[in-house]
Design a protein around this ligand. Structure first.
Ligand SMILES: [Zn+2]
Ligand SMILES: [Zn+2]
Length: 145
């Protein structure tokens, strides 16, 4: 596990959204739900952090799409990058892992919502494949390692 004091940085493709977030961040999870497929074009690989730890350095391009009654997705309205997912009012939110600057030091942990995985490829990384969505307990609390 990475240090809780580590600060990660990231951006959209065009740079109209840049951010920093202090760890801890959850390991990366692949989400194969239909919404993640539609918004990403494949499936979403996302880490998760605490909303209060997010610092938006550039947010000119940031826009939110209310993707369900309970959650919204953030994207760049200039370049279209998919950035965040947040259940309304939740202290945790998801960060599309590919928007983080490298190296992240993170690792992929599992796949979720695999019952709706696309039929054109196989999961072959040997990671757990779970038919559930609520894995927020995997995010360490601040102070844990
Ligand atoms: Zn952008
Ligand atoms: Zn999903």
């Amino acid at each position: 596990m990475t240090s809780e004091r580590k600060v990660y940085s990231g951006s959209c493709l065009c740079g109209a959204v840049t951010y920093e977030i202090a760890g801890p961040l959850r390991p990366v999870v692949g989400c194969h739900c239909r919404q993640c497929q539609k918004t990403s074009g494949h499936y979403v690989a996302a880490t998760q952090g605490y909303w209060q730890h997010l610092h938006l350095k550039h947010e000119d391009g940031l826009a939110w799409y209310r993707s369900s009654d309970t959650a919204s997705r953030a994207f760049c309205k200039n370049c279209g990058s998919s950035l965040f997912w947040r259940r309304h009012g939740n202290e945790l939110f998801s960060i599309m892992a590919g928007t983080l600057d490298q190296p992240t030091g993170l690792h992929m942990e599992c796949h979720i919502h695999v019952q709706t995985k696309a039929d054109y490829f196989e999961l072959s990384d040997g990671l757990p494949a779970i038919a559930q969505e609520d894995i927020e307990h995997l995010t360490p609390k601040p102070g844990e390692t």
